[in-house]
Design a protein around this ligand. Sequence first.
Ligand code: A3P
Length: 275
Amino acid sequence: LRQDLRRGNTTKGHLIQELPHAIIIGVRKGGTRALLEMLSLHPAMVKASQEVHFFDSDQNYGRGVAWYRRRMPFSLTGQITIEKSPAYFVTEKVPERIFRMNSSTKLLVIVREPTIRAISDYTQVLEGKERKNKTYPRFEVLAINPSTQEVNTKYKAVRTSIYAKHLEHWLEFFPVQQFHVVDGDRLISDPLPELRLVEKFLNLPPGISQENLYFNSTRGFYCLRFSRRFSKCLAGSKGRPHPDVDLAVLDKLRRFYRPFNQKFYQMTGRKFDWP
Ligand code: A3P
């Protein structure tokens, strides 16, 4: 395969569009873009650049699998096709739909410490509102019900971080061995070991090296080096500064998530040092 690529054997005759063998199903703000881009450094992986939203959107799903396949990149025989649409993880009808397309699809889910992920989610929406010169409540007001002082589970950013609840729906269709959980916090601080685990899960030989990743101190994140001439960092919308959040609210959220986190560790067999 490497030889094929080096020889530039990428004529249309060699290339096909395949349905994905692996899908990054979420979690929104977990680091899904970074994971997809970093995996595409591997010579045996090709990615759909855009989020396809096939399984979560009834309109797209109604267009059929042939439509979905046409959204996939061209690949060589033996390459693994991957797409990411973070809405899949929290959309209840998605597991069954993926199962019906291909019950052996490998599923990647990248998670971050739940409270930080919820704030990241909030920050993205806040930025959108500010761009339109609209006001938007503080995180604290949305995350905690002002009349009961309880955590507001109706607020989507809070709900999305209850990972165990969402995973339950997936486990109705797929065995746990078909999932690989990526540590999104570690993907930020030291990406290569996380990528090695994904390679292993996808039965790929190591194909991403430390030279492919370099820490950019201006950006404050790892960036990607594809060749001596071509490197890139993720867009500025990835890695936004978060607003300060009241410590008591942080504490309340962390207590709220704790039992769900324990359940998630039990379900997946991957433990995190979340507070
Ligand atoms: P923040 O903006 O909260 O920092 P997603 O792609 O799923 O929307 O996730 C966005 C998150 O990816 C960012 O959240 C950022 O922390 C994280 N991330 C992980 N690795 C990154 C990288 N190399 N460059 C930029 N952001 C990265």
